[in-house]
Design a protein around this ligand. Structure first.
Ligand code: SF4
Length: 350
């Protein structure tokens, strides 16, 4: 029997932080995860950047939008065969969305052009094993008798060739031990030979918990990758849904201190996740909905704008106390169960 607990950074850790209840039902009852659409988009964007770079190296010209579309349609089938699904969007919509993030008016967006012309991209499936100390939670073994965690993720290792890329925004660490920081409008510039870790987020750059989690995620990736190669020069988050170039690339400086703190934080998240699993196995009603960081707040305050986008399509919304409380305060919907999002008589949606 395997001695490993496998944990995906985006599919488990970040999804669990967004809403432990939705994650637990998805993971343990087998309902299609909400984040699969994001996972599909993420895989397609990683692949597109690598393919566009390869094409540019082979031909010294940028691939046409039509050829990118053909390539993404092929790769979509590969992902589909691997079990990655788009739950709420069609294949055409998903691929169209990815192309719009990367191309405008038939040509690559400026930052995509610079990244493709100046760097070598290599998609890297991360699989890193960390030892965990066995402990009891409610009299039960927290890690199910296992003593290792296998963290998985996908990232791009990028090696700058020309140094023609400017990152308009830089992350400034304000407390490295606590992993606190902020986005500053200070630009950073790539130098030839710089080694970077990139991750693509199909969202906008917002000042919220999700953004801060993304920063911790890439810095953790840097730390895990450090076991095989030297620490990268920087990490880069590419917010593909931002229209303005000045908001799309965020440079994140890394050093040993933030890397160690991020790995420690990540293993703490695994611990929280395992507690959710044990509670859920004991009684699913013990796991309440809402953002993990807001569990100390009243139900109504646990749903923010980002989570609302997930709630409205969540398979578990009909009997979710948290979402009902949120809906109840948004109008004349009693305890929330009359709201069109969850009313079973609303046959058009539900
Ligand atoms: S409806 Fe929202 S709060 Fe409730 S389980 Fe689903 S995602 Fe979580």
């Amino acid at each position: 029997m395997s001695n490993l607990i496998e944990v995906s950074y985006t599919g488990d850790l970040l999804a669990h932080r967004r809403c432990a209840r939705a994650w637990a039902y998805e993971k343990h009852v087998g309902i299609h995860p909400y984040e699969q659409v994001q996972a599909m988009e993420g895989f397609l964007i990683h692949h597109a950047m690598q393919w566009l770079t390869d094409q540019f190296r082979e031909t010294s010209a940028h691939a046409s939008e039509d050829n990118l579309k053909i390539q993404l349609e092929r790769y979509f089938l590969v992902l589909w065969a691997r079990g990655i699904r788009t739950t709420f969007r069609s294949k055409a919509d998903t691929i169209g969305g990815v192309i719009r993030h990367l191309y405008a008016d038939g040509t690559p967006r400026p930052e995509v052009r610079a990244a493709v012309e100046g760097a070598i991209h290599e998609e890297y499936p991360l699989r890193s094993v960390r030892k965990v100390v066995p402990e009891l939670y409610g009299g039960v073994e927290l890690y199910g008798g296992k003593d290792k965690v296998l963290l998985t993720g996908v990232l791009d290792v990028v090696i700058q060739q020309k140094g023609n890329l400017t990152y308009p925004l830089t992350w400034r660490w304000t407390d490295k031990a606590k992993l606190l920081g902020e986005v500053t409008e200070v630009s950073d510039h790539a130098q030839p030979g710089d080694r970077e870790i990139w991750d693509y987020k199909g969202t906008k750059l917002k000042n919220n918990t999700a953004r801060d989690d993304y920063v911790k995620q890439v810095v953790t990736y840097a730390g895990l990758l450090r076991e095989r190669m030297e620490l990268p020069t920087r990490c880069v988050l590419f917010f593909t849904n931002e229209e303005r170039s000045s908001r799309r690339l965020l440079s994140i400086p890394v050093d040993d201190e933030v890397v160690e703190a991020s790995i420690h934080w990540t293993l703490q998240q695994v611990e929280h996740l395992r507690r959710t699993v044990l509670k859920f196995q004991q009684n699913p009603n013990l796991v309440e909905g809402g953002a993990l960081t807001k569990q100390h707040l009243p139900l109504v305050e646990r749903v923010d704008v980002d989570l609302k986008a997930q709630c409205t399509a969540c398979s578990q919304r009909f009997d979710c106390k948290t979402y009902r409380a949120y809906l109840a305060q948004s109008g004349n919907y009693g305890d929330g169960s009359n709201h069109p999002d969850v009313a079973l008589t609303n046959v058009e949606k539900n």
